[in-house]
Design a protein around this ligand. Structure first.
Ligand SMILES: [Zn+2]
Length: 86
């Protein structure tokens, strides 16, 4: 995940509350006759260069880049526009 501001491109009111949706793989064995699940392995996180982010205000989900790009297009009001202002 990138250490950059997010802004939900859907509801455009949320910059703070998100959840990250990761893909996990968990191996297991199945009994061929009964179908019973046996031997669950520990979950392994799959490599994903771009995580899926969900907005906790409107439930929109999308690639992280969509949230980052929206924040770049519409910076938070009050953020210094002129870097020399300080
Ligand atoms: Zn949203």
């Amino acid at each position: 995940m990138q250490d950059k501001p997010y802004f939900c491109p859907n509801c455009r009111s949320n910059r703070v509350k998100f959840s990250v949706i990761s893909n996990y793989a968990q191996r297991f064995m199945k009994d061929a006759v009964t179908g019973a699940v046996q031997d669950f392995s520990e979950p392994e996180q799959l490599d994903s260069s771009e995580p899926t982010i969900q907005c906790l205000v409107c439930s929109f989900t999308g690639n992280e880049m969509r949230f980052v790009k929206q924040a770049e297009r519409e910076p938070r009001p009050g953020a210094p526009i002129n870097p020399n202002y300080m």
